[in-house]
Design a binder for this molecule. Structure first.
Ligand code: NAD
Ligand code: DAU
Length: 339
């Protein structure tokens, strides 16, 4: 493949994937990104200009998509509205980008006969009970909880329908919670790290017993490239690194790194519909495509992530105040509708 379009390539995982493509392949990368509040041009700094073209455009815009996809060998689709809390406050951009945007891309790759990889989430499967060893597999029934996860579930269904009815060459992947450098400060881990850097108490939803299955973004990128190269058309691959931790555990690890007492945080109102537990069975990806995570110990990855945020304040500082202002407004909105 010599020309790969990466939608959402200025976001957290998309930019990680762009760096990975540039270091691991010879292809030319075209980033198609709307540069919403979630994008950060600085995440693409240092890339060789001759290898990467950045197009500022909306995946919901038919003409832009047609122009960018023409001549590409593959489209890897990361672009999305990605934050659950925002989707509870205002679902409309989620329906537009995650559903309509995916539909427009699918029509373009159908007409232009371009290979497609759809990046999705484990949240399409809903949640698992806290006290079992059960994991999501690619045959777990879809049961999404939030506006975000339901639009991602809908986008997965569109991709599957376009494979079956129109014969497009597509693969899908559903990954668990990513962490690492360059993640927006709205998300749990960077929000608490940057609060701690500022001497502000972290904010924990509910009792903190909800479990997420953490994977380093670089391991996600490595899996997506393996699927793009060797995945079977029409197949869904689950991506996860056996990184189950409850939120309280993650938070107390951060507090320890910052030398704060284990109870130095605020309990804040819980997220409505908050999923209890995610856990991924990635056997197919490991056995059929030979992928394995290279970021082993979560606590080491977390400590390295803390160091990155300490050393890269220029990257996150401009987004911090607006993000916390958005959280304050969302608390008021949720209060207003009596949740
Ligand atoms: P992000 O919010 O950091 O980045 C999303 C990017 O998409 C931004 O650069 C944004 O500008 C761009 N974008 C949004 N709307 C667009 C539009 N209409 N047209 C073009 N670009 C648009 O998201 P992320 O956390 O990097 O997630 C990337 C993908 O991976 C998403 O599809 C998400 O569902 C999926 N995913 C994320 C995680 C996670 O833990 N973050 C886990 C599994 C799957
Ligand atoms: O599972 C994959 C999903 O992981 C992706 O599809 C989403 O795009 C990504 O945002 C992420 O969703 P979560 O909702 O799990 O991530 P978030 O970082 O928002 O929250 C992680 C957990 O931490 C969740 O249980 C809620 C909790 N939380 C979050 C915030 C922002 C807190 O306790 N306090 C907080 O301030």
């Amino acid at each position: 493949m010599s020309r790969i379009v990466v939608t959402g390539g200025a976001g957290f995982i998309g930019s990680n994937f762009v760096h990975h493509l540039v270091s691991q392949t010879d292809c030319h990368v075209v980033v198609l990104d709307k540069f919403t509040y979630a994008a950060n041009a600085a995440s693409l700094e240092g890339l060789p200009g001759a290898r990467v073209t950045v197009v500022r455009g909306d995946i919901c815009d038919f003409d832009t998509v047609e122009e960018v996809v023409a001549g590409a060998d593959a489209v890897v689709h990361f672009a999305a509205e990605s934050h659950n809390d925002n989707s509870l406050d205002d679902p409309s951009p989620f329906l537009q980008t995650n559903l309509v945007g995916t539909y427009i891309l699918l029509e373009a790759v159908r007409r232009l006969r371009v290979r497609f990889h759809h990046v999705s989430t484990d949240e399409v499967y809903g949640d698992l009970p806290l006290d079992t060893l059960e994991k999501f597999t690619d045959s777990t029934p879809y049961n999404p909880s939030s506006p975000y996860s339901s639009t991602k579930a809908g986008s997965d269904m569109l991709v599957r329908a376009w494979v079956r009815s129109f014969g497009i060459e597509a693969t899908l992947s559903n990954c668990s919670n990513n962490y690492g450098p360059f993640q927006h400060v709205e998300k749990f881990i960077p929000r608490q790290i940057t609060n701690l850097i500022d001497g502000v108490k972290p904010k924990l939803y509910g009792a903190g017993h909800n479990v997420r299955d953490w994977i380093h973004a670089e391991d996600h990128s490595r899996a997506v490239l393996a699927i793009l190269k060797r995945g079977i058309i029409g197949q869904t691959y689950l991506i996860g690194a056996d990184g189950e931790r409850d939120n309280l555990h993650v938070l107390t690890t951060l507090l320890e790194i910052f030398g704060r007492p284990a109870d130095w945080f605020d309990h804040v109102s819980d997220r409505p519909g908050h999923d209890l537990r995610y856990a991924i069975d990635s056997t197919r990806l490991q056995q059929e495509l030979g992928w394995k995570p290279i970021h082993g110990e979560f606590s080491e990855g977390l400590a390295a992530t803390v160091s990155w945020y300490r050393e890269n304040e220029d990257w996150w500082r401009p987004q911090k105040e607006a993000t916390e202002a958005r959280y304050r407004a969302q608390e008021l909105n949720l209060g207003k509708v009596g949740r």
